[in-house]
Write a protein that binds this ligand. Sequence first.
Ligand SMILES: Cc1cc2nc3c(=O)[nH]c(=O)nc-3n(C[C@H](O)[C@H](O)[C@H](O)COP(=O)(O)OP(=O)(O)OC[C@H]3O[C@@H](n4cnc5c(N)ncnc54)[C@H](O)[C@@H]3O)c2cc1C
Length: 645
Amino acid sequence: MFDPKDKELGMDREISRRDFLNGVALAIGAAAVPASLFLGCERPHGPQQSPNYYPPALTGLRGSHPGSFETAHSLRDGTFWSHAPKPEDTGEHYDLVIVGGGISGLSAAHFFRKIAGPNARVLILENHDDFGGHAKRNEFRAGNRTLLGYGGTYSIESPEPYSAVANGLIGELGIDVSSFPRYLDRASYGAEGRVPKIFFDKETFGVDRLLDDPWPFPGGETYDLAVAAPDAWTHFMADAPIAEQARKDVHRLCTEKKDYLPHLNLEQKTARLLRISYAKFLSEVAGMHRDVLRLYQTLPEPLFGYGIDAVPAYEAWEAGYPGFSGMLGDPEALHWERVHFFHFPDGNASIARLLVRKLIPDAIPGNSAADVVTAKADYAKLDQSGSPVRIRLNSTVVRVKHNGDPASAQEVEITYSSEGKSYDVRAAHCILACWHVVIPYICEDLPGKQKQALDEATKVPLVYTNVLLQNGTAFEKLRANAIYAPGGYHTWVNLDLPVSIGGYRCPHDPAEPTVIHMSKAPCKAGLPPREQHRIGRGELYTTTFETFERNIRDQLARILGAGGFDPARDIAAITVNRWPHGYAYDYNSLFDSFVLEGGEAPCEIARKPFGRIAIANSDAEAHAFTNAAIDQAWRAVGEITKKSA
Ligand SMILES: Cc1cc2nc3c(=O)[nH]c(=O)nc-3n(C[C@H](O)[C@H](O)[C@H](O)COP(=O)(O)OP(=O)(O)OC[C@H]3O[C@@H](n4cnc5c(N)ncnc54)[C@H](O)[C@@H]3O)c2cc1C
């Protein structure tokens, strides 16, 4: 039955929203590949050789798109091998095979070649249709112009300084982090009085209401541009649909410099705040009304993947949340994020693309960190037989095994599945730069204790949605740039930072088409984080694009409606980047006892080398940041090159 509300929302509108890569268009693409490419002693080339193959321009369900995860899930469920055809031997032999084409895998290839020489033969196998892993580029066509969005990794930022290795790589790629302010058009972000807002929804707060946010969250996607309107407190105190006491409490929490634990010294305060959640801090230590907890419950979700019920109060302070300025002072982490920050319009996909350019120069034209932003990648060049480095997409590794005893074997055999077939390649070494939870299923010979540790690296599910709007006038009329929606389907709805770099010009005039960013972390408050993530992951795998789309249209209509926004008219394209396996799991002092009591962290056990196999990925540091992905690649390369020295 067609719901008339769907028509109002524009569910029947022809927009760019379907992911065809693993459906019709893929079949056409594959059919268009000359037959000769499917012959010969090497593995038949996949769809990436097709001239039409260009995943960044796909819209619809992206991130872990349909077709990328089913093989790995059948391995997990124990059904893969009973249906798999016998692997074909490609006859290919490499110095190094890397499993996973994210920033860690790409960095590992780069570091390995620096040590082993530019002629070293490297193959990167990646299960998605694009390289970069979480660092995902989304492109939109708006008239004769291309607009960019980040489908995952947003920026160079970190709560602590990058290591010399990570900094060195960023420099080698030509990125001058300190130059970021040059590309940022600060004035346009707040032009026409645009300020951060809060959207109170009627399901959570009894009424739909958009208000100026009197205390915008410092950092994250709004960098340091989130500046409250001068009269924001006045409006908040008068109109916020929460109890009057709660409004007063929020005001004192955000503006008073109060020490809520005056009887404790700094060390004791730290110890206490590491052992209680931010929710408990607000209710029991700072004495906040329960509506304050409702207001802030989802504030940390994009950063932590769960709400204030599971965030340790100490980490809330480190992240810059209100309530601590009279107790602990300003957190150093915020300082680092500000001075060491760089946002490309496609996020850190530009880092992935710069790495690919270093590895396979023909694949991405140009020679600077600025020109990479508009450079068009030639996917057919990624996997060429004459090239020392090859990147093979749509290829899920299903088995990694030494040929013989791991202690003395001379090579590793890697089996991967692509397009319903399986293939074997061999290598002197293998680096697993993939998600750790996958490794026990593909590398069965690992010691049991190590497999258990790998299995604990459960990832944080996230959704990064990009919506192409015909124009940005609703944001202009509402004077909004970043909207926190505590009860919304997505918890944030943001304009991107106005960054123009190289040949790329971000929208300036509200009349121009604009890409907005929405983020969501599916979770279940009240449970331990891993359990919250498990439930959220299940939700993401079972939510259809249609459901996402309906929720997006409904949410935007309600938030932006007063600014004249009509979802049926104004939405031109939607890309939902679904990441059931998103951030690496960062240990939590409330739930991971070794954090306070000491002892070996699971990631230290998980990343141990095994014969000719080394293990990278940001999971190896249990830290969801680009610098961790790079540092762990460096360590893994060190392990295998030391072994062969
Ligand atoms: C939505 C989102 C936003 C983020 N924002 C930031 C940010 O702003 N700044 C920051 O520093 N960090 C951010 N991160 C963290 C980000 O994960 C890291 O910065 C970094 O990109 C991780 O790189 P990686 O190579 O370790 O992992 P990934 O990017 O996950 O790459 C691993 C790759 O291995 C592949 N793989 C898995 N199994 C197999 C298999 N069996 N065969 C073949 N391939 C396989 C995966 O599909 C994946 O593509 C964000 C993460 C997410 C999800």
